[in-house]
Structure formats: C-alpha cells, structure tokens
Design a protein around this ligand. Structure first.
Ligand SMILES: [Zn+2]
Length: 284
C-alpha cells in the first residue's frame, strides 16, 4: 500500500533508509525543521534550510519519493531571543520555496516563557507571510507543532492550544497539526479542532500497539501516524509496523488507506505545493 510519512528527519538518515522506505511503499515524506543535537549559529540555520529545500528533495527523488519540508527554529533553541529574532528574519524567503509546506515543527520543550514567546512569533510569521493560495482559502501557512516530552507534555499541549486560541479567528485549527500526541493529550488536540499526529518510536513516545488503541478509541479522522526518524534511537519503518498492527487487528483497507495516506494527503493538500491527491481503494 502507498504510504505518506508526515514527519521524518531525513537529513539524519542514510540512502539505505530512503530505499527501505520506498520499497515499503512510502511515496512522500514531510520533514519538519528540528534540533540538530547541538545549538546552531544563525548561519547554521541558513545552511540547514538549504539542505531541507535543495538537497533532500534530490536525495528522495532518487528513490521515487516526494520530499516536502517545514521551516522554523526549534523550541530547544528558543531561549536565546536575540538569535531567534535573527533566524526568524531569514525565514520568509525559505517559506516561499516550492517544497515548503509551512511553519514547523514549532512548539514547546520545557514550557518556558521564552519558548512561548518564540512560539507566538512563529505563529505570527505563519500569518504575516501568507499570501493566499489559489482557490484554497486559508489565512495562514500550515503549522506543524511539536509537543514536549513526558512530564511536560500535558501542560505544554494545554499552553499551545491556549496560545493558538489567543490569535482568535486568525488561526484555523484545521490548518494546524499537533504532533507526538499520547493517551493524555489526544482528546485535547481533537477537541480543539486540530489534526493530531502520533509518533512511533522504539523506546519512547507511542508504540504501534498504543497507537492503534488510540485510533480505535478516538477514530481515524484528522489523525496521522509518523516515525519521526532522526539521529536518535528511531526507525523509519515504525509507521509500517503500526499499519501491520492495525491490519492484524482486522481494520479495513479503507481505514488503513485513510490513516496512512489520505489523512496526510488531505492535510498537506491545503497547500497547493503538495502534489499528491487522495486515493480511492481501487487505485491502491
Ligand atoms: Zn521531529
């Protein structure tokens, strides 16, 4: 079956990973900007954005995979407000690149006041730099949001939803995907009208079994699954393991197609830059 992985950090992965994903049915990937494992200088961010917008689409294309990305400064680097200001000023030109879907993954890490401030600045940037997209409506760029780890997750998710609400009618929750949801945060995200992403990791976040439990409890609408594979302990085929678990439990091909392909396609297609359309069962 064809799969879209909505959250993978391919700059950290090998061509063997691209090949394994392609062989396993992945036809498109979206890569949010994230923390490199060390704090970058402003010049380092510019190089990174070029890697995301120029190099990775070419690497992915070698394996028949479409590569899209997101631009931002990660919450882990938001404590330095001066640096954040400098990097935010460079973002508009990258947000206009043909494979950039929007602003992300912004969010919170330790839920600090500076992280909150930089989060709000990114949301404002998504509004201010949006020039309208032919016939698609929308008032701002698509937004992809990272939620904090473990004990900070619930508080951070609540803070994020409140901050989005503070923008009033300027933010359309249907154009926002809040990622790394777990049992205690998925309901908040869905009730806010946002899309929810489940990240499947070998040792933290969700497991394939827990993700399928959540799918069964909360339904498959506005829900996506990703491997978020990066430079840490992670695996780009965790998305597929989740699909297998859902299949093992007897979920229909229609449901699998919705969660692993049509949901990300529907969310991303709100940007005309995303070139794949939804598929019917007959086409898979
Ligand atoms: Zn990520």
């Amino acid at each position: 079956m064809f799969i879209i992985d909505p959250h993978c950090h391919m700059v950290s992965r090998t061509t063997a990973d691209y090949e394994a994903m392609a062989i396993s049915g992945v036809v498109a990937i979206s890569e949010p900007a994230f923390w490199a494992g060390y704090d970058r200088t402003p010049a380092g961010f510019i190089d990174y954005y070029r890697q995301l917008t120029e190099t990775e689409p070419k690497r992915a294309a070698q394996f028949g995979i479409q590569h899209y990305c997101w631009i931002c400064l990660n919450p882990k680097e938001a404590e330095d407000l001066g640096k954040a200001k400098e990097v935010l000023a460079e973002m508009p030109k990258f947000l206009s690149c043909p494979t950039v879907l929007g602003v992300g993954e912004i969010g919170l890490n330790k839920n600090t006041p500076n992280e909150a401030k930089v989060f709000q600045q990114h949301v404002q940037l998504a509004i201010d730099t949006f020039k309208g997209e032919r016939g698609r409506g929308g008032k701002h760029h698509l937004i992809l949001i990272h939620t904090p780890h473990l004990e900070d997750k619930l508080k951070g998710t609540k803070m994020i939803i409140e901050m989005l609400k503070d923008f009033g009618g300027a933010i359309d929750p249907g154009r926002v995907l809040i990622d790394h949801v777990e049992e205690h945060t998925i309901k908040l995200v869905k009730e806010a009208g946002c899309w929810a992403g489940m990240t499947i990791y070998p040792i933290s976040k969700c497991t394939p079994q827990r993700a399928v439990d959540l799918m069964e409890l909360y339904g498959s609408d506005q829900l996506c699954v990703n491997a978020a594979a990066d430079w840490g302990v992670s695996d780009p085929l965790q998305t597929h393991r989740t699909l297998l678990e859902a299949k093992r439990r007897g979920h229909s091909l229609q449901t699998l197609l919705q969660i692993f392909y049509n949901n990300p396609a529907t969310f991303f297609s709100q940007s005309p830059r995303f070139k794949l359309r939804k598929l019917s069962i007959q086409e898979t």
